[in-house]
Design a protein around this ligand. Structure first.
Ligand code: HEC
Length: 262
């Protein structure tokens, strides 16, 4: 649905209006509004490409590495949940592996499923199918410098996330959210594990929390300050004096959802 909206907006955005001899140029479409006439915030610039910002490690890699690829934008979950989203190639050899999306860091992590071959050079390939959440395709021919395997480098740890329980999240929610969300007068969704798993958003067609899938949980879309597709404001709302969440706190909430949101 998001992709469809993005295409539609892009098409509207390039409409050109010419009236007789009057000046001729692109017209700014009126901001889209919801059923209540409230403006819907625009997605981030739709014409930017999805780009690789950083690949780590940057030179040599262990024979059992974890490779991190950071993007400039959040990824469309329908496009990275495949084994071919990232792969390492050397000559005719292709080495895929487990892929993990660290949403808060806009990062895909690849852990090859078997050891690489000592002494070979590998090139990282990102799938042409990758898209940002606003539908931007991957910048063509994104350069990925070769990396040498070096058996003397220590293998990196598996992709596991740090264990997070609700008791780690509850104090953050108490501090930054509950003044409003626990007040019946506001008629807002309760922010408890059960309520979050069982409630659908009143703003978009999405669950507040989809266990194991942070990227598809509207809660994440509401708390990441630069997430481009959401209704109304980031949470906690900037107009309130509730302390904003740090990126580390947002990542902890992501890890909690990725572990099943119990
Ligand atoms: C100052 C009061 C206030 C605080 C503090 C606050 N919220 Fe909200 N929240 C609102 C209001 C009002 C809305 C509806 C309008 C909007 O989305 O901006 C809302 C909407 C939401 C929604 C969307 C609900 C839906 O039906 O889709 C989520 C999710 C949410 N808040 C989570 C949080 C979280 C998490 C925090 C703390 C980090 C938080 N809120 C802090 C007032 C607050």
């Amino acid at each position: 649905m998001h992709r469809h909206n993005a295409t539609l907006l892009r098409r509207i955005g390039t409409l050109t209006l010419c009236l007789g001899l009057a000046s001729c140029g692109p017209i700014e479409p009126p901001p889209p509004t919801d059923a209540d006439g409230e403006p819907i915030p625009r997605p981030a610039p739709l014409d930017d490409w999805l780009r690789v910002v950083e690949v780590t490690p940057s030179h040599a890699i262990a024979v059992r590495p974890t490779i991190e690829v950071r993007f400039n934008a959040y990824l469309d979950p329908g496009t990275f949940n495949s084994y071919s989203a990232l792969s390492l190639r050397s000559g005719g050899l292709t080495s895929g592996g487990r892929i993990d999306y660290r949403m808060t860091r806009k990062t895909l992590r690849l852990r090859p499923r078997s050891d690489l071959i000592e002494g070979l050079r590998y090139t990282l390939f990102a799938s042409r199918d990758l898209r940002s959440v606003t539908g931007a395709p991957l910048f063509p021919d994104t350069p990925a410098p070769e990396r040498f395997t070096d058996a003397s480098l220590p293998g990196s740890p598996p992709l596991d996330r740090p264990e997070v329980r609700w008791s780690d999240i509850a104090p953050i929610v108490e501090r930054s959210c509950n003044a409003c969300h626990n007040d019946p007068g506001w008629r807002l969704p309760r922010l408890t594990p059960d309520a979050l798993r069982q409630t659908r958003s009143t703003q978009v067609d999405a669950p507040l929390v989809m266990p194991f899938e942070p990227a598809q949980s509207y809660l994440m879309h509401k708390i990441l300050p630069d997430y481009p597709l959401r209704r109304f404001t980031v949470q906690p709302p900037p107009y309130s004096d509730a302390p904003p969440l740090s990126l580390d706190e947002i990542e902890r909430i992501e890890d909690w959802i990725a572990q099943g949101a119990r």
